[in-house]
Design a protein around this ligand. Structure first.
Ligand code: ATP
Ligand code: MG
Length: 358
């Protein structure tokens, strides 16, 4: 079956002052099926929002191909974009910014229907249905958003996104501004909507515990690249890219086998997206780096677990991660693997015999 969304070899470059270029997205590929949630995770500036905006046609793409619901966005015309607005919607982090304080809730929810040509009575009718869908009373139509809590405002943003009957919603940090109770409510609501409608979510978040709970698949971004992607349970339980291991550890959301969480993160700063490293983008920070990593970008390896990972040392990651209790130990293991002079491109030998094979 054709996926709802297919992104292939996506690049997005932003020209900035001084003739320089921010390379925000660097060859991203993924697909998303109906009723599926794919999460994009990664440090600030890794390109998550830019990918979401490209998918929605809010940014022109520099290279690559995006197909959404049978429509090729790379060649889309104006009226195709109008159609797409009905198919894909977005919910942002800050509901207070997304909602105009001077516009009553009913009008705000109706807004996405205006370019689709719905008349006033249909818009009102569908707005009250959308409110009901997010578990709010229709009386709220007459209220101003500023009178409502952040959690209710975010429900209203979801109602507004749902009003066109979309097949995809890009959720860009939808729960980060909420307290834990409101966050749990929104997550429950998103799951209920998905179960009832078969909608797909592209979920962007720093909150890895929510990601783990909500996602079917996870894609880990670093410097505009997806370095690892796969089924969420697999990526969280058995990360195969050193960056994913670092991210999970620093989020205090340990892999069950990294039992004692550590606040140790990958060493060094994220390189500038204006001046990308040669070779693997992580090579300047990676405990497992080899000369080859510094020289060439690793191709994607597909593992039998359904992971795909851009790392020539993913077998060593598996082994180091398998025998470490903490991320510090993982780093120490990683250094030891290097220092025992293991051949750089093959699974480690001697006391690591018995390394699990994928
Ligand atoms: N319009 C723009 N012009 C120039 N650079 C941009 C523009 N939009 C984004 N960038 C740059 O592109 C890179 C990726 O940004 P993006 O907002 O997609 O990251 P992100 O992963 O969503 O980060 P965060 O977690 O902080 O939201 C960053 O270096 C950012 O500064
Ligand atoms: Mg962002």
């Amino acid at each position: 079956m054709m996926p709802l969304l297919r992104v292939e070899g996506l690049y997005k470059r932003f020209p900035i002052a001084g003739g320089r270029v921010v390379k925000a997205v660097n060859g991203v590929s993924f697909s998303l099926s109906a009723s599926e949630t794919l999460s994009l995770v990664g440090e600030s500036g890794s390109g998550k929002t830019t990918v979401g905006r490209c998918v929605l046609g809010l940014e022109t793409i520099s290279e690559g191909r995006i197909q959404l619901d049978g429509l090729d966005l790379s060649h889309a015309r104006r009226r195709d974009f109008a159609k797409m607005r009905g198919v894909a919607q977005i919910v942002f982090q800050e509901s207070s910014e997304a909602l105009d304080p001077r516009m009553r809730v009913g009008k705000a929810i109706e807004e996405p229907l205006i370019p689709l040509g719905a008349d006033a009575s249909e818009r009102r009718h569908r707005a009250s249905e959308a409110l009901e869908m997010v578990g709010l009373p229709r009386q709220l139509m007459a209220v101003y958003p500023t009178e409502l809590s952040a959690g209710i405002q975010q429900r209203i943003c979801i109602a507004r996104a749902m009003i066109t009957g979309p097949k995809l919603i890009v959720l860009d940090e939808p729960t980060s501004a909420l307290d834990p109770t409101a966050r749990a409510d929104i997550i429950e609501l998103l799951q209920r909507i998905q179960a009832g409608s078969g909608i797909s979510y592209l979920f962007i978040s720093h909150d890895l515990s929510t990601v783990r709970f909500l996602s079917h698949r996870v894609a880990v971004m670093y410097l505009g690249m997806i370095v690892e992607q796969g089924p969420a349970a697999e990526v969280f339980a058995r990360p195969r890219h050193p960056y994913t291991v670092g991210l999970l550890s620093s989020a205090l959301l340990p892999n069950p086998r990294l039992r004692r969480p550590s606040s140790v993160t990958l060493a060094g700063e994220i390189p500038s997206p204006i001046d990308l490293p040669t070779g693997c983008f992580l090579s300047s920070r990676c405990p497992l780096v080899t000369e080859r990593c510094r020289a060439e970008m690793p191709a994607a390896r597909t593992l039998t677990t359904g992971h795909s990972v851009h790392c020539i040392r993913s077998d060593d990651v598996a082994e180091a991660e398998h025998t470490a209790d903490t991320f510090d130990e993982f780093q120490a293991q990683a250094e030891r693997i290097l220092s025992v002079g293991a051949p750089p491109f093959s699974p480690v030998s001697d006391n690591h015999v018995g390394a699990r094979h994928e």
